[in-house]
Write a protein that binds this ligand. Sequence first.
Ligand code: ATP
Length: 487
Amino acid sequence: MSSDLMDKLTSLAKRRGFVFQSSEIYGGLASTWDYGPLGVELKRNVKNRWWRDMVTARENIVGLDAAILMNPKVWEASGHVEQFHDPLVDDRNSQKRYRLDHLLASQTPELLSKLATELLGRAPEGPPDPDTLTALTEAILAQEDVDLNSLGLLADGKAADWTLPRQFNLMLKTHLGPTEDEGSLTYLRPETAQGIFVNFLNVQAAARQRLPFGIAQIGKAFRNEITTGNFIFRTREFEQMEMEFFVRPGQTTKWLEYWTDERLNWYISLGITPGNLRVRPHGPDELAHYSTACNDVEYRFPFMQKGDDSEGWGELEGIADRGTYDLQRHAEFSGKKLSFMDPGLNEKVLPAVVESSAGVDRTVLALLTDAYHEEEVKGEVRVVLRLSPAMAPITVAVFPLVNRDGMPERAHQLVDDLMGDFAAFYDAGGSIGRRYRRQDEAGTPFGITIDGQTSEDQTVTIRDRDSMAQERISLDKVKVWLREKMG
Ligand code: ATP
C-alpha cells in the first residue's frame, strides 16, 4: 500500500501538472523535480500563507531576502565547513555507498557489543543505544587507515569489501570568477538562516526592533544529500521557510515551547489531519552542532516504512534553540561586534536565538499525501485531492455544459469576473463528468456549470468536490457563496 501510494501520487502529480521530473527528456537528474502549473500555485499558497502568518500578521517579525551565494567565511563561522558532513564507506562488491553510522546500526547486536568492548572498552547490555553507535562511529573514524573488513562489518547481511571511510561534506561547492582555485571557492547555501544572522545588525537598526523580535526568509537551499528519494521529501535543491527569533539569553526555553505550539497549529490550519502530525523532541545524540534543544514537527507519511529509523514519520520542520552560537561565532570570525543596545533592556546584549526552519517542498508533499483519496463512485474509482480551499491551486472551475447556445461565452464571462478575487479556471474539454473528475484530481473544491437554464433565469449549479452535491444559485450570489466557503 505504502510505496503504491507514492507511485500513485507521483503519477497524479505528473498527469495534472503538479510536479515533473527535472530534465525529463534527458533522462532526468536524480532527485530533482520541477513544479508545473498546479504545483507552483500550491507551493505559492504555502509560502504566502507562511509569510502572512509569520511576518505580515506580527508586529515583531520582519522579512529578508538574502543572496544564495555568501562569503565563504560565513560557512567556516557557522560550523558547516567543519561539521556538516556524513561519514561514508563504499562496498566494492556491490558498488553501494553507506553512511557509516547507519551501517553500524544494521549490524548484529553481538558484533556491536564486541566492537564496543574493543573500541570503547565497554559493552552495552542489549541492543546498542544511539549514544553508543555515535561513539563507535567516532572511534572508527578516529583510527588512521581503519580497515572495516577486519572489523567484520556486513553489507545488508552479506560479506563486503569496504573502502576506507571518509567524511563527505554536504555543501555544494562552486567557483566564482574565471579561476577555479581555492581563492574562488564558495558554496551554495545549505540553509537560509545564515543570511539572517550576518544581517542581524542591519535589520535590527533599519527596522528599529527590540527584543524579542524575529527575521524571516523564504528561499532555496542546497545539500549534496547522499540518500535522496521519496519524491520531493529529500532533494538536493529545496526551499526553506526560516524564521530566527532573537530573545534575551536565558529565555530560549519558553520561546522554544511557544514556537513549537505555533508551528504545529500552523500545519493544522492548512487543513492537514491533526492525527497525522506530531511533535518529536530530539534526543541528545541527534542535535545539530549549533543547537542545545530541538523539536521536530513530523507528518505520518505512509510511504516511510515503520521499523526504519523514522518509524513512518518524516520531518517537516525543526524548531531549535540555537542559543548564542551563531551570533557569537560570526562576531568571532568577522571581528565585528554583533551585540547591540537594546532599548528595552538598556544594556548591550548578544541575543540568543530560537529558530523555526520549515521545508516548502515537504509541506507540499504532506498536503498532497494528506489530501489524496480514492473512493468508489458508481463502480468506478474516483481519485480526489481534498485540499482545503485556501491551499487548492484552483478555487473554482467553470464549465459550459455544452459548447453552444452561448454557454461558452457566458462561462468565459464568469471566469473573467471571478479572476480578480479567486483562482478561477475555464474548462470546456470533454464530457462534464470527465471535467469534474479532472478537477477532483487537481483538488479544485468548487465547480460551476453554465447550462441551458442559465440564460433563462441567471442561475448556475455549483458542485462541491468532496460531497459531489450540487446546488443551484443565482449568478450574482456566486462570489458571496465562494467567499463564505473560503472561510
Ligand atoms: P533531515 O534530518 O530530514 O535530513 P534536517 O534535520 O537535516 O533534515 P534541517 O537542517 O533541520 O533538516 O532543515 C530544516 C528543514 O528543511 C527540514 O525540516 C526540511 O523540511 C527541510 N529540508 C532539509 N533538508 C531537505 C532536503 N534534502 N530536501 C527537502 N527538504 C529539506
